[in-house]
Design a protein around this ligand. Structure first.
Ligand code: ADP
Length: 401
């Protein structure tokens, strides 16, 4: 079964045509800066890569280009289902959903919870429905995996009316990645996922940690929005809830200005003054840049503290998993985090840590240590797996797609 996976942002579309069983990709790519003069389409097929400018291209143009490419390769008829990444499913979705008018309405109803992401996801779904009118479409939600969190983990200690009337609670994000690496960890450890207690750390431009018991998320560091929790590339993570009032009084900043700065000018970028790219900051820190050193140290300190806090949600801990661009590639970050986590039973195998990079996952725990795994995430493959499983279930139950 070939599955087309789409991740539609406000000005970009990422796509991959793949088989979930093997992970084999027939075609993948990215259309970015849509609607601007710099819009371009990048296509990848095996080792071939092409990049074509398409000034001012829209979603519809992108899908037209994608269709003509699929036709050229004789792949259009092979698409059996389209899987869409959707950021926020609120409390409505704890699993993927076959897209029809009521699912679309529910995704629309979650717009207040994700005002930038859900409208872009919806626009992508609508464009894909026009482009593939006879192909079933499945929504896979970033928040769904964390819907298994118990109330003790998802409620904020705020007036109950805020929860009841305005859905103010913790939701968590990156669910597809946490779920995928948990499955991979079970495979690497050679144990059933249902018997494992894991802490997974997804560390990319956005960062979150999850506590996963028997394959179910029971806590995570992101909350109502993806701003809560860890220090990230340009996001602050946790700050004092009194910060907004203080800054508006002292600096005359508006709520929008403060929220914008917490999302786009904070985190590693805010602390270093150099930007939010971990690889560049590690190089600058090695060269002696004080801001870069501070940014990396705060990132590591807060991450280690959060991993320890997440392990409290589990009765026992069987393994820690690092993933995402930083988790998969930064040996120095992993070493610094494990050094702080000796208390939990972690000891680093230095050479295994240096050897573990993207494409070469492994256990970086020394003999006698709890396993600390480096696992390559693959959100596209997980979305494809979930879309395939849903479609097979729908067909087995005899419900027309
Ligand atoms: P996204 O969350 O946008 O998918 P990624 O998962 O690709 O992003 O992660 C991007 C982050 O990974 C950046 O901070 C980047 O600097 C970092 N990264 C990538 N390679 C390395 C490396 N070799 N060493 C340290 N950090 C790295």
């Amino acid at each position: 079964m070939w599955i087309l996976v789409l991740n539609c942002g406000s000005s970009s579309v990422k796509f991959a045509l793949l088989r979930p069983s093997s992970g084999e990709q027939a075609l993948s790519g990215l259309a970015e800066r849509l609607g601007s003069p710099g819009a371009r389409l990048v296509l990848k097929r095996g080792d071939e890569r092409s990049e074509t400018p398409h000034p001012n291209a829209s979603y519809a143009d992108t899908f037209a280009l994608l269709l003509s490419e699929l036709d050229r390769l004789g792949l259009r008829e092979q698409v059996t289902v389209v899987g869409h990444r959707v950021v926020h499913g609120g409390e409505k979705f704890s699993a993927p959903a076959l897209i029809g008018s009521s699912v679309l309405a529910s995704i629309r109803a979650c717009i207040p919870l994700a005002p930038l992401h859900n409208p872009a996801n919806l626009a992508g779904i609508e464009a894909a429905q026009l482009a593939f009118p006879h192909v079933p479409q499945v929504a896979v939600f970033d928040t769904a995996f964390h819907q298994s969190m118990p109330e003790v983990a998802y409620r904020y200690a705020v007036p109950e009316a805020w929860y009841v009337q305005h859905a103010v609670r913790r939701y968590g994000f990156h669910g597809t990645s946490h779920a995928y690496v948990a499955q991979e960890a079970a495979r690497i450890l050679g144990r059933p996922l249902t018997e494992l207690n894991l802490v997974t750390a997804h560390l990319g431009n956005g960062c979150s940690v999850a506590a996963i018991a028997g394959g179910r998320s029971i806590d995570t560091s992101m909350g109502l929005t993806p701003l809560e929790g860890l220090v990230m590339g340009t996001r602050s993570g946790d700050v004092d809830p009194g910060l907004h009032e203080y800054l508006s009084r002292q600096a005359g900043l508006s709520l929008e200005e403060i929220t914008g700065a917490l999302n786009r000018e904070s985190g590693l970028a805010g602390l270093s003054g150099l930007g939010g790219d971990m690889r560049e900051l590690e190089q600058a820190a090695t060269a002696g840049h004080a801001g870069a050193r501070l940014a990396v140290s705060v990132f590591v300190y807060r991450l280690a503290k959060t991993i320890a806090a997440m392990s409290v949600a589990l009765l026992t801990l069987d393994a820690l998993v690092f993933t995402g661009g930083i988790g998969e590639n930064s040996a120095s970050m992993r070493a610094a985090v494990l050094e702080r986590l000796g208390l939990l039973g972690f000891r680093l195998d230095h050479s295994a840590n240096e050897a573990a990079v993207r494409g070469r996952p492994g256990n970086i725990g020394a003999t006698g240590s709890l396993p600390a795994l480096v696992v390559n995430t693959d959100e596209e493959r997980m979305i494809a797996r979930e879309a395939e499983a849903l479609l097979n279930g729908v067909r087995a139950n005899g419900v027309g797609a």
